[in-house]
Ligand binder design. Structure first.
Ligand code: UD1
Length: 430
């Protein structure tokens, strides 16, 4: 079983290239099958979730050809099957985008119920409510969601909660419906905008993405296009916090600084220096971090996918901080692991009360999910001694070459696959 072995203490210094946004890619890869022409999509991160999505669309007959590590040619021309039921697709949350894409194009879809990170109850009632409003019938059968319609008609849909998944899924389902769909209380995340931009380059008519009202005028067909996915806000944010924790100096390159504003603002409150340029952000940390309070919110608020990373940073700050998780109700499970490294954190419901300590100490821990796993790695890079992190497959779902990028910044981290390799790492790093 693969593990990360980390020897903490080195400040991370240097420049790191940020890849394409995983959560935008998942929506875009699903959207690409909605035309019979060819789409060429660039800047797809080479991570487990996007590869699972590519396998899923290939399994129903789509043409998928990798041009290079990050570029893929996709055509939905030869899709023969509207059922997606394989073991791996259940593991990714975004499998539900195939419901919207297949329903929108073929008016029928059968997809296994989605999994994804275990961070609390993750209902999809808003997706289903929207599909029904567009004229589909939706039922659960043998663990699959089955959505069907004779025809789809535009509708006025008010989302009860701000949901990234429901907003993207309903754009997919309505883009070729008859008439106009209005989505109210839509999510405004950069990846929602990216999926809308992609669909528009395919000939869709989507206006207002990035605001809370999105208008989708149905078109008869979509056509092929070439498209480059936006940079990953959360990968960038993770490296920015890695600089803060290790008292380093890291420039994240190939980013859109506007998408990082809530993250940059918090790093400044923590006492870091943050410098923005056109497509890069530099974070410099020289002293112990200040404490602060933070509440996760839909974009442009502080992202829930950065909550573990800021919590591990506040665990090393001066004073007491409060982190409130307002999106998912069970997203503090990693705190037990961090406690094993010496953190002093009390979780009450959706709030973590953090008493900063002066250092973490290396321990054997497990990555409970994708973002928490990454946060524990950056905690390990700041800790005294060696940390061994199990279940790295969760981290590999969303971070490409995570340990290699950290190594290039001077982090002492290796992917080990046996007790022997781990012993070698311990000997080498003293
Ligand atoms: C997406 C991201 C995930 C991120 C999350 C919030 C992908 C693949 N995943 O997840 O990384 O943490 O956005 O930014 O893009 N909800 C309902 N009913 C629904 C849908 C959602 O009650 O039908 C609730 C959820 O339980 C949660 C909140 O709405 O409390 C936000 O969820 P949502 O934005 O849908 O998250 P995901 O799309 O699952």
């Amino acid at each position: 079983m693969e593990q990360y072995a980390v020897k903490g203490g080195n400040p991370l210094v240097g420049e790191v290239e940020i890849g394409g946004a995983k959560n935008a890619a998942l929506g875009i890869l699903a959207a690409a099958i909605m035309t019979d022409d060819t789409c060429v999509i660039d800047n797809i991160p080479d991570v487990r979730d996007t590869n699972v999505m590519l396998q899923a669309i290939e399994s129903i007959g789509a043409h998928v050809a990798k041009k290079d590590r990050h570029t893929c040619e996709i055509s939905g021309r030869n899709i023969v099957d509207h059922t997606i039921d394989n073991d791996y697709i259940k593991k990714i949350r975004a499998s539900y985008y195939l419901l919207g894409a297949l329903l929108g194009k073929y008016k029928k879809a059968r997809v296994s119920l989605p999994g994804g990170c275990n961070i609390g109850l993750r209902p999809i009632d808003q997706h289903i409510k929207g599909f029904k409003a567009l004229g589909a019938t939706v039922r659960i059968e043998h663990g699959m969601i089955v959505a069907e319609a004779d025809s789809l008609r535009g509708a006025h849909i008010y989302l009860d909660v701000v949901s990234v998944g429901a907003t993207i899924n309903l754009m997919l389902a309505s883009v070729m419906a008859e008439g106009t769909t209005i989505l109210e209380n839509a999510a405004k995340e950069p990846h929602v905008v990216d999926v809308a931009n992609f669909l528009n380059t395919m000939g869709a008519s989507i206006k207002g993405a990035g605001t809370d009202v999105i208008r989708i005028k149905g078109v008869q067909r979509l056509h092929g296009t070439n498209y480059t996915i936006i940079p990953d806000q959360i990968e960038a944010g993770t490296f920015m916090f890695a600089a803060a924790l290790t008292k380093g100096d890291v420039t994240v390159k190939n980013v859109i600084p506007k998408h990082l504003e809530s993250i940059s603002a918090k790093l400044e409150e923590l006492g870091c220096q943050v410098e923005e340029s056109d497509d890069a952000v530099r974070v410099v940390a020289t002293r112990q971090l200040n404490h602060t309070h933070v509440k996760t919110l839909p974009y442009p608020g502080f992202p829930t996918d950065m909550q573990p990373q800021i919590t591990v940073a506040l665990g090393l700050s001066k004073g007491t901080s409060i982190v409130t998780e307002s999106i998912f109700e069970n997203r503090f499970k990693y705190v037990d692991e961090l406690t094993r490294m010496g953190a002093s954190i009390k979780v009450e419901g959706n709030t973590a009360i953090i008493d900063g300590v002066s250092k973490y100490t290396g321990a054997s821990i497990s990555a409970p999910d994708l973002r928490a796993g990454a946060a524990l790695v950056i905690a390990a890079l700041a800790a005294d001694g060696v940390t061994v992190i199990d279940d790295v497959r969760f981290i590999q779902r969303g971070y490409e070459d995570f340990h290699l990028k950290l190594q290039s910044l001077g982090g002492i981290i290796e992917l080990v696959d046996s007790e022997k390799e781990l012993q070698k790492f311990r000997l080498k790093t003293g």
